[in-house]
Design a protein around this ligand. Structure first.
Ligand SMILES: [Zn+2]
Length: 161
């Protein structure tokens, strides 16, 4: 009886261990951590974009006629319970979305330009240092004149090519 109980306990413990291990595996999966970082950075990034939008772009756009449509509304019918369409708020939301999308687009464009230049600089010095011997197809030094694997003379071949 007690042995059975112990066996059951062991089984349960194994089950728990499996769960913990699985959870650990799930957390340790690179993309989960990347995602967490992405969400946190994205949250911080959102406040920057919002501030740029509200504190800088909206006042600038305000010079050219303004972007405040919150006063625009349309009353459907008459009476106290008549529905009111605040389409001005909707226009403001659409404009805010477009400005935010434009800002993100420009930011990503800038980041892409910087990273592609970075990659270019990184890739440039990575010139090939090895070549394939035409006889035995071994990887050998690029300036070798004789293959160290099959001892074939390579100079003439190189000159022909
Ligand atoms: Zn060779």
């Amino acid at each position: 009886m007690s042995r059975e109980k112990n066996a059951e306990k062991g089984k349960n413990r194994e089950k728990g261990k499996g769960f913990v291990a699985e959870f650990k595996k799930f957390i340790m999966r690179g993309n989960v951590m990347d995602m967490a970082v992405g969400v946190i950075v994205g949250g911080a990034f959102t406040s920057i974009v919002t501030s740029l939008n509200q504190d800088l772009l909206t006042p600038i756009l305000g010079i050219f006629g303004g972007t405040d449509f919150s006063g625009l509304k349309l009353k459907m019918g008459s009476g106290e319970n008549a529905p009111v369409l605040y389409y001005g708020n909707f226009i403001t939301a659409v404009i805010n979305f477009l400005i935010t999308a434009l800002v993100i687009f420009l930011l990503l464009k800038g980041i892409n330009a910087v990273t592609s230049r970075f990659h270019h600089e990184e890739a440039a010095p990575a010139a090939p240092t090895t070549k394939k011997c035409p006889f035995c197809k071994s990887e050998i030094a690029i300036d070798a004149t004789r293959c160290p694997h099959c001892t074939s003379q390579l100079e003439e071949i190189q000159q022909d090519a």
